[in-house]
Design a protein around this ligand. Structure first.
Ligand SMILES: [Zn+2]
Length: 251
């Protein structure tokens, strides 16, 4: 008789109200229906989204350990530089450099004309590029001229990106101390090698420009130059923009 009662109960359970079965199960603490939102119950924007994000330059600030490691690399390279106070810009709160350095010579005898303020990581990339590829490449030009300096284009500059065709361009890497533009390579006993469109000129100047541009991608995550777009026809743009997955843009 007990077994017959259990079977009867099992048959009756599916007869529970259908509406209750169509709803997803409630999670602990969840009420069946949220209260209607009204003008009084909508929280202010800061409560909904939290405080505004910190400025872009502050998010990139180096820890003491990161800066020490970078400065050690610069000392191995023989870079001549001076640490500077934090750099911010009234034009845009996202522009700036948390721990800038001013570089006058990227290698002991290789000047940056006019000097340049940048992040330490930018200087480190530039130093290794100059030591390991720029100088050795120049040594294969006629007369084996020594690279004595770099003529710079834009260094630090609080501005949006140019030449991208974007309606609302993002902040330039120049605005964060992550980028440097090279307009010409200065050579001892030879004319400066000016960065310019050299496609299919078939000479050593084209070979040299192609070589140093390609090598830049080993140290920088963005390398742009003549042919990338009209805005880069007279310089090499090198930057250390951080991208997801370590992706590089070398054109
Ligand atoms: Zn640039």
């Amino acid at each position: 008789m007990i077994r017959a009662g259990a079977i009867l109960l099992a048959l009756l359970v599916p007869l529970a109200p259908a509406a209750a079965q169509d709803r997803p199960p409630e999670r602990p603490g969840e009420t069946a229906a949220p209260p209607e939102a009204s003008a009084e119950t909508v929280p202010p924007p800061t409560a909904m989204f939290g405080p505004p994000a910190p400025p872009a330059w502050w998010m990139l600030r180096e820890t003491d350990q990161e800066l020490a490691a970078c400065k050690l690399a610069l000392s191995h390279l023989g870079t001549v530089y001076a640490e500077q106070p934090p750099l911010t810009d009234a034009a845009d709160p996202d522009c700036g450099i948390a721990r800038p350095i001013r570089v006058d010579r990227i290698l002991p005898d290789l000047v940056l004309e006019g000097g340049a303020v940048m992040r330490c990581d930018t200087a480190r990339g530039l130093g290794f590029w100059a030591r390991d590829f720029l100088r050795p490449a120049a040594s294969h030009l006629p007369g084996a001229p020594r690279v004595t300096g770099l003529r710079l284009g834009t260094t630090y500059d609080c501005r949006p990106r140019i030449g991208t065709g974007e309606d609302r361009p993002k902040l330039s890497e120049h605005a964060l101390g992550n980028a440097i533009d090279i307009a010409a390579v200065l050579l001892d006993g030879a004319d400066p090698l000016v960065i310019q469109p050299r496609t299919d000129t078939g000479d050593l100047a084209e070979a040299f420009q192609r070589t140093i541009r390609a090598a830049g991608c080993l140290f920088f995550t963005t390398v742009l130059g003549p042919g990338a777009n009209a805005a880069h026809d007279d310089h090499l743009h090198l930057d250390i923009a951080a991208r997801r997955g370590g992706w590089r843009l070398c054109q």
